[in-house]
Write a protein that binds this ligand. Structure first.
Ligand code: SAH
Length: 275
């Protein structure tokens, strides 16, 4: 996969994408990241990328010409072909007004050959970029950043770790929080039988088993795979109910799950204190 990032701060990306799995994916040749300096596509002495908003109001707006020119050099297929899925390319505008970026979108993008990420700044980007240059607008959450760079780094990191081969043990990316399509490889062992399937991940522990009077839950030390599976499933249900009850609606729950959630809910009625 190739990821092209368009920004007025190309140096921003020296660092965040050079660690861990993102770095490894690049070293292994699974992904190439190219950072494009938007100012290289201006033609005036001051290398101007922004201008005042039509209609008045606060702040400055990123001009369309340098962005269109920059993407013209990339040899991309036409927007209509990209949107129709005729080519495996997508041009993304990072925007607080975009659709919410989540794990499913990351998985969709991971199937493409090329993603282009346009980072806005100031009050935002001339809307013709959203309409005629980008295929989609993505927001990484309901808050306003000063620029799209952090958001682009988040998207690239979430996508690259899903490329086949990027993470040593591929099953591990199928068992995490938010992962719905866990075609959980059912090899032997407790680990492989508790894909999160839309729930938040279960808690993890490592050695020492006892640390400053804090003990690792007994169930994990039993070696009993069924007991471990049940314990993990219940903790995942508990945490999802507590922190993200909205996710439970999209989860396929077994009868055992439903009964467990019922006991949690009735216990909560007796003790309404939130955690
Ligand atoms: N006036 C805009 C905010 C502009 S912030 C508004 O109210 O919606 C400047 C730039 O930061 C945006 O163009 C976008 O590229 C980026 N940005 C800000 N918040 C973001 C978010 N939640 N997700 C993705 N990009 C964001």
């Amino acid at each position: 996969m190739q990821a092209d990032i368009v920004t007025i701060f190309p140096d921003f990306f020296r660092g965040p994408l050079d660690y861990g799995i993102t770095r490894r994916a690049q070293e292994m040749g699974l992904a190439t990241i190219r950072v494009h300096d938007l100012r290289a596509f201006t033609h005036d002495r001051h290398r101007t990328v922004d201008d005042r908003p039509f209609g008045g109001g606060e702040g400055m707006v990123l001009k369309p010409e340098p962005l269109f020119e920059c993407l013209d050099t990339m040899g991309l297929a036409a927007q209509a072909e990209r949107v129709a899925g005729a080519v495996k390319q997508s041009v993304v505008l990072l925007s607080a007004q975009g659709r919410r970026f989540h794990q499913k979108v990351a998985a969709e993008l991971a199937l493409l050959d090329r993603i282009v990420l346009i980072c806005g700044r100031y009050e935002g980007v001339d809307e013709r970029v959203a309409d005629y240059l980008a295929d989609r607008e993505l927001s990484i959450g309901d808050y306003v950043l000063s620029g799209g760079e952090m958001a682009a780094a988040v998207v690239v990191e979430a996508v690259l770790r899903l490329l086949p081969g990027a993470v040593g043990n591929e099953a591990s990316t199928q068992q995490e929080s938010f992962t719905v399509d866990a075609s959980a490889k059912s090899a032997a062992g407790a680990d492989s039988t508790c894909g999160s399937n839309g729930l938040l991940d279960y808690p993890h522990y490592t050695r020492p088993a006892e640390f400053r009077d804090m003990a690792v839950p007994q169930a994990l030390l039993t070696g009993n795979h069924e007991e471990i599976r049940r314990w993990r499933r219940q903790r995942a249900l508990e945490k999802t109910l507590r922190n993200r009850p909205d996710l439970l609606e999209g989860v396929a729950l077994s009868r055992e799950d439903k009964e467990f959630l019922e006991t949690l809910r009735s216990a909560a009625e007796g003790d309404p204190s939130p955690r």
